[in-house]
Design a protein around this ligand. Structure first.
Ligand SMILES: Cc1cc2nc3c(=O)[nH]c(=O)nc-3n(C[C@H](O)[C@H](O)[C@H](O)COP(=O)(O)OP(=O)(O)OC[C@H]3O[C@@H](n4cnc5c(N)ncnc54)[C@H](O)[C@@H]3O)c2cc1C
Length: 424
């Protein structure tokens, strides 16, 4: 594994960096003391708590009335990225992507993360589009891919159910053939962004008598279809980033089946592979620790920084920075394997496990650094150091070891496939 850029990679990095310096709209550039996520949310035209504006809405009808990624500063930014194929850098050029190699994508992601520039991918670019490219019909490609690239469709992922998360193949949402349609009944849960979505890619059971992996079909569901209800789930941090979605006799045309009927499990694993191949969080992790260290230095003696009083806080910050660099190395390993045509398996689980648990350790270090002020929540209060960011980050970090596969599941993968230990 090589840890420095080749001359070609260095020149690609420089190219991306120069583009970001010259073209990233002012409103999207990071400002000292401003939460980058809040700035992004404001530029997109929705405010409120992290994750959405659905707080307090007891129920929302589906249909994607939420916000648009096509207009305003984000629309302008999207156009600049689209001109280069960088809305979907990993997609082949024939579908409007940039057809970048793994290493070029990684460098692009790193530079975007360093500049904290929004990539606008979303689930359409990251998961729905790539799955349609691999398994979809020509008609599905023509209908969906251009709209995903233009930001005209917002997608959500309807996989998890109240009784099916880690054991996804146990899902019970039923799809019954009726003429040219299937009729859906059941419920999905933890559906991120469903309150903003106008399409969902989802799995439903079409043959309840078949072995559980064999009776599942993959559908593209228009969220304007009658019979869909989205119930926002308010998290303990106050945001309503995800939802429960109910289907009451929802009709899906057969042309919206991706792949073969009853073979949807294998299409779904393609989507999960794309979901888990996301690279780039390591830069964000390091930046978090660096911002924390900077804040601790600037606020010594201000009463709410424990740095001058508690030597353990210093050691914590030092440990977190070392670990942030370990997380980066684990990501490099995954990227290196992809780049030479290997398929990362337990190596990807190691990177996910380590970085999500590190995210929680960093959040705890932030709270410890503040002492009792770490309990302050109100972003506007003069008693909330750093606008309550560390208290909120602490609460929000909890979900990192659940989303995208829990830590226990990652450890099982490492134990069985990495260490060769028996299943039981
Ligand atoms: C922030 C966030 C966003 C999400 N967004 C989406 C989304 O958009 N779409 C979607 O479909 N889903 C989404 N999810 C759901 C996510 O994929 C599931 O929460 C996750 O797969 C775990 O499933 P579960 O919640 O049903 O927990 P369960 O599978 O019921 O697990 C409960 C506990 O048992 C443990 N456990 C389960 N099986 C084993 C085992 N074999 N060995 C050891 N321990 C085990 C787990 O680790 C966990 O601690 C999201 C979740 C979060 C937190």
């Amino acid at each position: 594994m090589r840890l420095t850029d080749s001359p070609e990679e260095a020149s690609w990095r420089q190219h991306v960096r120069e583009f970001l310096q010259s073209d990233l709209p002012e409103v999207l550039r990071p400002k000292p003391g401003v939460d980058p996520f809040a700035a992004m949310a404001a530029a997109m035209g929705f405010g409120g708590e992290a994750g959405g504006d659905a707080r307090g809405r007891p129920q929302a009808q589906a249909g994607g009335a939420g916000f648009s990624l096509a207009g305003g500063p984000i629309g302008e930014w999207r156009q600049k990225l689209a001109d280069r194929g960088w809305v979907a850098p990993a997609w082949p050029k024939e579908y409007g992507g940039a057809g970048l190699s793994t290493m070029e994508q990684f460098i692009l992601n790193e530079e975007f993360a360093e500049a904290r520039a929004p990539q606008l991918g979303g689930m359409g670019v990251m998961m729905a589009g790539p799955t349609i490219i691999v398994h979809g019909t020509e008609e599905q490609k023509a209908e969906h891919l251009p709209k995903i690239l233009k930001g005209e469709t917002q997608w959500c992922q309807g996989f998890s159910e109240p009784g099916a998360g880690s054991d996804l193949a146990s899902l019970q949402t039923r799809a019954v053939k009726d003429g040219d349609d299937f009729v859906l009944n059941g419920s999905k849960i933890w559906t991120s962004g469903a309150q903003f979505a106008n399409w969902m890619f989802m799995l439903a059971r079409t043959d309840p008598d078949a072995p559980k992996h064999r009776g599942i079909t993959y559908f593209l569901l228009d969220f304007k279809s009658p019979g869909i209800t989205v119930q926002p789930l308010v998290q303990m941090g106050g945001g309503a980033g995800f939802n429960q979605v109910f289907f009451d006799n929802v009709r899906v045309p057969s042309k919206n089946v991706v792949g073969e009927v009853n073979r949807g499990w294998y299409v779904g694993t393609t989507t999960l592979d794309f979901e888990r191949s996301g690279i780039g969080s390591a830069v964000g992790i390091r930046q978090n620790v660096e911002r924390m260290i900077q804040w601790a230095k600037e606020n010594v003696g201000e009463g709410h920084s424990m740095l001058g009083r508690n030597p353990l806080v210093r050691l914590e910050l030092a440990d977190r920075l070392v670990e942030a660099n370990v997380a980066k190395m684990l990501s490099y390993r995954v990227v290196h394997m992809q780049n030479v045509g290997m398929v990362p398996n337990h190596e990807a689980s190691m990177a996910k496990l380590f970085s999500s648990e590190l995210g929680q350790r960093i959040a705890r270090a932030g709270i410890k650094m503040l002492g009792l002020y770490g309990l302050a929540w109100d972003a506007q209060s003069p008693h909330s150091p750093n606008h309550g960011q560390y208290s909120r980050g602490y609460v929000q970090s909890v979900s990192g070891t659940i989303a995208g596969g829990t830590s226990e599941i990652q450890r099982n993968v490492i134990a069985q496939r990495g260490l060769g230990l028996p299943r039981d």
